[in-house]
Write a protein that binds this ligand. Structure first.
Ligand SMILES: [Zn+2]
Ligand SMILES: [Zn+2]
Length: 313
């Protein structure tokens, strides 16, 4: 009951104050059970302005899901890919998942967020580690600038990820990482790309899936690897509650089965960002039905879209 009531309050708050960084901390909410506070987060009703206004658009829209889990969405005015980036704040370190697409620099926005968080916590600015949901250029464009500003950027290769997250057997083992009172699990999920990973945040029970599962076109380059990765993700979520699945893009509209054409910069009627475990099960079921001969097929909230394997090298 307590949870349901709090969620209701949060969604009402989201309706009023969407798309702003929450300045308030959770201090003062000490009467709530710790677990329910940790799970709480809010989502905006929309991630795009209702009318296009590139003259005044910020390169990154920033939304605090909660004070320690920040979502950044790159503006379509800077790149039609409009990727989502995630900033997770622990007590010792901050982790940025993806660094953006060409056309905008995420490092200034991330810097501001880290400084603001430090001020509110009355602590030093957290050191930043950046990793990637996978190695495609619409998720790695900010690497150089972040490195220049002192962040540790982990290269999007299986080897670098294995070393950093201590994953012995790629892609079968799950890696673990602790940002300080914030434990993460890293699940290798090659198939869309060779260095694709999913990240599970124990505190919010959010699962970040990059380009492997999101409301849009799921490009599959390696059908066998992708199918096995989805099987492993399903197995992982059988023993881990998932509050939301957040991917790295939105390409579908709010109309079931309908996506925006590739290259669309402005999507006023786009699908919600959040998916759930049911979508993962739907994807697994579809892949099993197709076997190794994947076909392009639309579902209510995403499309399976096989593409030719990447050339070697
Ligand atoms: Zn990709
Ligand atoms: Zn992408």
């Amino acid at each position: 009951m307590l949870n349901a009531r709090r969620r209701g309050q949060l969604s009402a708050a989201a309706a009023i104050g969407a798309l702003v960084v929450a300045a308030a901390s959770t201090a003062g909410a000490g009467a709530q059970p710790a677990e329910s506070i940790a799970r709480d987060g809010k989502l905006p009703l929309r991630w795009t302005a209702e009318t296009p206004d590139c003259a005044n658009a910020r390169p990154f829209l920033v939304h605090a899901y909660n004070p320690a889990f920040i979502i950044l969405r790159q503006s379509g005015c800077t790149n039609f890919e409009k990727p989502f980036l995630y900033l997770l704040l622990g007590s010792k370190e901050a982790l940025l998942v993806d660094t953006g697409a060409p056309g905008a620099d995420a490092s200034a926005a991330v810097d501001d967020l880290l400084r603001g968080y430090a001020q509110r916590q009355h602590s030093a600015v957290l050191p930043l580690v950046a990793v990637h949901s996978h190695g495609h250029s619409d998720h790695t464009a900010g690497d150089r600038e972040l490195t220049r500003r002192g962040a540790r950027v982990v290269e999007a290769t299986p080897k670098a990820l294995q070393e950093f997250f201590h994953i012995k057997d790629w892609p079968h083992d799950v890696g673990r990482y602790d940002l300080g009172e914030r434990r993460l699990e890293i699940i290798p999920i090659p198939g869309h790309q060779g260095a694709s990973i999913a990240i599970y945040d124990e505190r919010t029970q959010l699962l970040l899936t990059g380009d492997t599962l999101y409301p849009g076109r799921l490009f599959v380059r390696d059908a066998a690897a992708f199918t096995e990765s989805i099987d492993r993700l399903v197995a992982f979520t059988a023993s881990h509650d998932v509050s939301h699945v957040f991917g790295a893009h939105i390409e579908n509209t709010r109309t079931p089965y309908l996506d925006y054409p590739e290259g669309t910069a402005f999507q006023p009627d786009e699908h919600a960002l959040e998916l759930g475990r049911a979508h993962l099960l739907e994807l697994q079921d579809a892949l099993r039905g197709m076997g190794q001969q994947l076909q392009r097929r639309r579902f209510r909230d995403f499309t399976i879209w096989p593409v030719a394997p990447a050339p070697p090298g």
